[in-house]
Structure formats: C-alpha cells, structure tokens
Write a protein that binds this ligand. Structure first.
Ligand SMILES: [Zn+2]
Length: 177
C-alpha cells in the first residue's frame, strides 16, 4: 500500500508559507500547550518543557537510507524556509545528513499566545534571553535546514518566559506583513 506521504513519520517541516510553521501547519507537532496560567519560573531564559526530536530524525534517516524517492520527499524545504535559513539561519558545524555537501543551518521560530502578532517570527538565538524577560510563555522551535538540498527537520523545541501571562502586543498600524 503506497500512501502519498511515503510512510515517513516524524516531525517534518516541509512546505510552509510566509505564515510560518503555525500549529495548524505542523500536523505532526504535539498539541500546543494552551492556555498558560501563571507559572513559577526561576530563570525565564532557561529552556523548560524541552522536546527533542532526535529519535524522529534518526528514524526518518533510517527509512530513506536506500530509497532515493523518499529522499526527495524529505528535502522539501519551502523557498521561504530556505530564504529564512540563508538570511537568518545560524550556521552549525554539522554536515547535512542527506547531501553531506553543506553545513546545516538552524532557523529559530517563536510561538505563543503571549506573542500576539509576533508569533511565528524568525528570531536569532541571541534575541531569546531578552524575549524571555518580556513574555510569560512562548515556545521556541529550532529547525535544521540544508540550503543546498532542502533537507529540513524540527530539531528541538522548548519553552521560555517568566511565567507571568501577558496581554499580547497589539499590532502597530505601520507593520506590513
Ligand atoms: Zn543537504
């Protein structure tokens, strides 16, 4: 039985548009942790509720090892994601597991009700400590991307914030989407 997904299970990012990897777009993502009452947090900038997708990654790589067609399916980074990786991605020292010709880049997204219209934005990891002080609760998603072959995979997600719920910021009128 051939299903269209090729039977590849895991945390695929794949084709997502300028709206980012919203909870709706990330079908295989665990349910979004909502809503968030007050939380007692010792260090707002220290990752908590950490989810590591290393096992999912391993199983995908194992599945596609001898399957060229399946390989194409996992190298399906959307042009938007490739652009984000080129412009805002942070270079790692790890080689791409598929093409081995390029070093992976990490793209970091932030999501959370507290963030309002800022949810889904790409952030540099250096911006996160300050954000952690400004918001009560948001989840960080780190996606690894190969800009050469298009391999992409959700690597890690975790929660930051000081635990005090905020009213989401209202969108300034001059912000263009
Ligand atoms: Zn690659």
């Amino acid at each position: 039985m051939a299903d269209k997904s090729g039977g590849i299970k895991g945390y695929r990012i794949g084709a997502f548009g300028p709206g980012g990897i919203g909870p709706g777009a990330m079908k295989s993502e665990p349910p979004r942790p909502i809503p968030h009452p007050y939380e007692d947090v010792a260090d707002p900038a220290r990752p908590r509720h950490v989810l590591d997708y290393v096992l999912a990654r391993r199983s995908i790589l194992e599945t596609i090892k001898n399957d060229v067609l399946a390989r194409e399916k996992v190298c399906d980074a959307d042009p938007y994601l490739i652009r984000a990786a080129k412009n805002h991605g942070e270079q790692t020292e790890r080689n791409c597991p598929i093409c081995a010709k390029s070093q992976l880049r990490h793209v970091t997204y932030v999501y959370g009700d507290d963030l309002g219209y800022l949810a889904g934005r790409v952030k540099m990891s250096s911006e996160l400590p300050q954000m952690a002080q400004e918001y009560g609760h948001f989840r960080v998603y780190v996606v690894e991307v190969c800009v050469l072959c298009g391999w992409n995979h959700l690597q890690l997600s975790y929660v930051l914030g000081d635990g005090t719920p905020r009213r989401p910021p209202t969108k300034p009128r001059d912000v263009l989407e």
